[in-house]
Design a binder for this molecule. Sequence first.
Ligand SMILES: Cc1cc2nc3c(=O)[nH]c(=O)nc-3n(C[C@H](O)[C@H](O)[C@H](O)COP(=O)(O)O)c2cc1C
Length: 168
Amino acid sequence: MEFYDVIGKRRSIRSYKPDPVPDEALRRIGEAVRSAPTACNRQPYKMWIVRNPEKRAALAKVYAQKWFAEAPAIAVIAGRESEAWRRLEGDTIVNVDAAIAMEHFMLAATAEGLGCCWICAFRRAEADKALGLDPEYHAVALSPLGYPAAEPGPFSRKPLSELFEVVD
Ligand SMILES: Cc1cc2nc3c(=O)[nH]c(=O)nc-3n(C[C@H](O)[C@H](O)[C@H](O)COP(=O)(O)O)c2cc1C
């Protein structure tokens, strides 16, 4: 797929087929995640693609939506604050770094014909526990991953001029 086609095709998918996600697609998605930029190249994140049914069921409890539990895989991105660059004012950039890597994941998944959906409204401490995370890592976002079973709803955005402006 062409880059701008991928951008336009990426939507939040909230219905999944049970078909498994191929290893080859996951390898390419993993490389796309790895290529994401991070502040000072610290790479203070890790992503897991959870396919194991028991672990997926445990993780699905942190965000109670049927379509989330039904997806054949769940992606989790966690940030490690101690490793992240800090702004000049001292606050951490870890969520920005993790979000960029997550969006690389979303676009690569879309290019593979897979569906995904940003999830942040999950119970974070429970997710960290379900994943058995090193205490230095905290989950930043989740996403179901699988082949879409239904088309997303209509696209809706503010007018371009409200969101993007060229200043000459
Ligand atoms: C940071 C972030 C958090 C989000 N959290 C959730 C969520 O918890 N549950 C959900 O169903 N969608 C979530 N979304 C998806 C948004 O609702 C969706 O991206 C938005 O409505 C635009 O629709 P689109 O992704 O189909 O273009 C989240 C999106 C972002 C970027």
